[in-house]
Design a protein around this ligand. Sequence first.
Ligand SMILES: [Zn+2]
Length: 595
Amino acid sequence: MRVVPRLVSPFAALLATMLALPAGAQTIYPINRAEILAGSHFDLKVEFPGLVDAAALKLEINGKDVAAVLGRSAELIAKEDGKDASSLILRSASIRKPGSYTVTASDGNSSKSVTWNVYATSAKPAAKNVILFIGDGFSIGHRTAARILSRGIEDGKFVGKLAMDSMPYMALLTTQGTDSIITDSANAAHAYTTGHKSCVNALGVYCSRAASTLDHPKVETITEIAKRQGLAVGAVTNSEIEDATPASMAAHTRRRSDFNDIVKMFYDSKIDVLMGGGSPNFLPKSTPGSKRTDDVDYIEQFKSAGYSFATTKSEMNQEADTAKTTKLLGLYNTSNIDGALDLKFLKKGSVSKFPDQPDVVEEMRAAIKILSRNKKGFVLMVESARIDKYAHSMDAERSIYDVIMLDNAVKAAQDWAKANGNNTMILVTADHSHPVSVIGTVNDNVVADEMRNKVGTYQEAGFPDYQRNDEGYPVSVDVPRRLRFVFGATPDYYDTFKPFLDGEFVPAIKNADGTMVANEKYKDIPGAVLRVGNLPNKGPSAANQGVHSGDDVILTAMGPGAERVHGQMENSDLFRIMAEALSLAPQGKSAGVKK
Ligand SMILES: [Zn+2]
């Protein structure tokens, strides 16, 4: 979702100014307690609060000059971005020898230290492949709801498990970043793909004071690291491919909405398989519908670099079935690919315009076919993106159907792993949660004047009426007794107590004076009631939809290396689990920088 600047109270602003005043407030990136994979590349940056005397500067690691440890000195930027503040920068540093590294920066008056932990990985990989599933915004309430809709309950027990329920290892993951208790999909996915914590809207960078969004201190992504080891890498999603979660596989920008730059970064990363929506950012500005501001035709660029190109499910399957295809770019929609409820049942959204879009399961199957042609192994990120988008729009059924789609993809991956050597680690998680819960059912057969009195709680909730098809989807979403799935943080909206059969819910819109108000479109639906929201409705934080929550998310895992998944962990620990499983640190002990 769009992220808006926070309002700052005059007191907080004054306090911030006071805190910034004393000398010695230099900031060092990577930050304190950073966990760094041995051999991975990172930009070391020190920001001083004011101008510094070059002769007085000292930058040391474990008491030695930085050049002795990293192979070269940091460059002094006397007046960064033309302002009265100096910085030191050393791009693409790396450390091969594991251990504790204390970095101390001094300007002659004051000094600041941070300590990094550099870790190696075992010489022999535990897993050949890693498949990382990210259900965007996929919360515990979502998982329970999907199990109820998809499996049903008899005698108090679920009739079957979700595919992800059968996986043996589980942990609770935090989702917080460096700036806030609430994260977004960029920052959260970045923690998985780099192992570093960052801030809202950032991908592959620490959030420094640099003016340009593309000039912040970079850390490497798993794509860069795994490709250097000879592995194939892929990212598939049903969002626009430039969107935050897939972008985290390759992007380095402070601003996730730098879509045109992100397309270039995908290209430069040489990622092998890339599938989703969002074609307009690949097309030169001269092409009608293009969103680029330059004349580069990235579809042609990818093709020239040896990629097959697909715009439909049929083309995708044809390319995947061609034995010589080892690289594929698939762009199946100008915007997001439609979710499962529209794609498979209601045919709403953009299905009439794009009638041959793959779902996430089909994308993943094609991606695995292509990536597994690399004999060294692969890393694949699979995102069910619209769980989050529909949770924002408070469209419960669409969101839950896309959890079932995610689980079907997990099942397909499990079957593939079992049939192909049992050497694939499978991880299933969310990037962050939403404040959502299953609280009971709504029953149209209850006689009552108001819809709220048709809501059953406790024993009155009973069990909903859904009938499932072979893929585990309810064949009809609008059954008489259906799930009551509620949202805890909302704008003003009309609660209809019903699924939205005509298209995705749009809960609130901006009125003439800029206030977010309930969308009157739903006012006259029989039984609809106005709910006064609890989110800001005015100012820069005004919300026209639901928001993320800071609750932990579940990580479920199986396969070689998955036994490291247990207890309560930081989201950035997931990167290390993948790095350890695939032995992504180079072997050998010499420290140094990228040549
Ligand atoms: Zn979101």
